[in-house]
Design a protein around this ligand. Structure first.
Ligand SMILES: *[C@@H]1O[C@H](CO)[C@@H](O)[C@H](O)[C@H]1NC(C)=O
Length: 293
């Protein structure tokens, strides 16, 4: 018993220390982001350790990164709009500029109190998207902060939720599918009203009596290559993000990572464009062939 207690205490202390270290190393929102629209509905507070976005009847709000990234592992913790969030969308994504832009999307579609959020993902390359996959989450994303990560490497893009891989978009250039590899991207996030489509396909409207709606951000961490005035600098942490972790070995998913991915795809995936026969009666897009693991 005593030993068990000690072990538990030790585990707790280690977990606590890890959290402290993580927040000590996580970047300051003042240094890394600009609030870009929505007036004072967006806020940085807590000495730069926290950010929130707001949405009311008049406007939503948003922010973007000061830096441009070209590959990296980018982590952010989000706590989504609680209660009746139907009609609201919290978008968190990487995007480059222009008509042939690349984009890597997380979009959180709100819902009525007690009904599940939908996590919508997409990948645009050379201006072309239509690669949606949607998931329910295995927790309530409004109760606590959870970590949403994008691992963007020349070989693939991996979407992670609390270090669980939920989606892998492999580089399929050899099949003629463009891959994002030359256009630097910024990080964007916004909270906005999309009650014409977001919740149950637009059936459930935003309940403005519950406004303002608020989403929270903390512990931003980028182990990435940044590009400024044409030259690229890679944070050494980017290289070390390739080393073996709990879900990867080198730059591949390990057996555990593949198992976790299959678990998510089996029990939580609610839409996969690569399985939507109605949409692609003439055959699936070529990258669908390589997306099976
Ligand atoms: C909202 O809840 C309904 C009912 O549980 C569910 O069908 C739907 O997928 C949920 N999410 C959205 C965004 O509509």
């Amino acid at each position: 018993m005593g030993r068990l207690l000690n072990y538990r205490t030790a585990t707790l202390v280690v977990a606590l220390l890890a959290t402290m270290v993580a927040s000590a190393f996580s970047a300051n929102f003042y240094d890394e982001f600009d609030l870009t629209w929505g007036g004072n509905r967006g806020k940085i507070f807590g000495g730069g350790r926290m950010l929130s976005l707001g949405l009311d009847r008049v406007s939503g709000s948003g922010f973007q990164s000061k830096k441009e990234y070209l590959f990296g592992r980018i982590d952010m913790q989000l706590k989504l709009v609680a209660g009746n969030s139907a009609g609201t969308v919290t978008a968190y994504y990487l995007s480059s500029q222009g008509p042939t832009h690349d984009e890597i999307d997380f979009e959180f579609l709100g819902n009525e109190t007690g009904q599940p959020y939908v996590l919508h993902t997409n990948v645009f390359t050379q201006g072309k998207g239509n690669r949606e996959q949607q998931f329910y989450l295995w927790f309530d994303p409004t109760k606590n902060f959870h970590t949403y990560s994008i691992v963007w490497r020349p070989q693939h893009i991996i979407f992670l939720v609390d270090s669980v891989p939920i989606r892998v978009f492999k580089n399929a250039e050899q099949l003629g599918v463009p891959f994002p590899k030359s256009q630097p991207m910024r990080i964007y996030s916004s909270l906005w009203n999309a009650d014409d489509w977001a919740t149950r396909g637009g059936l459930v409207k935003t309940d403005w009596s519950k406004a303002p709606f608020t989403a929270y951000y903390r512990n931003f961490n980028a182990a990435a290559c940044t590009v400024s005035s044409g030259s690229s600098f890679c944070d050494p942490k980017f290289k070390s993000s390739f080393t073996n972790g709990d879900w990867q070995v080198g730059n591949e998913l390990n057996a555990f990572g593949r198992r976790r991915l299959r678990w998510v795809q089996r029990y939580f995936m609610i839409y996969n464009y690569c399985a939507d026969l109605k949409r692609f009666p003439q055959g699936f897009p070529p990258e669908c062939r390589s997306s099976r693991l």
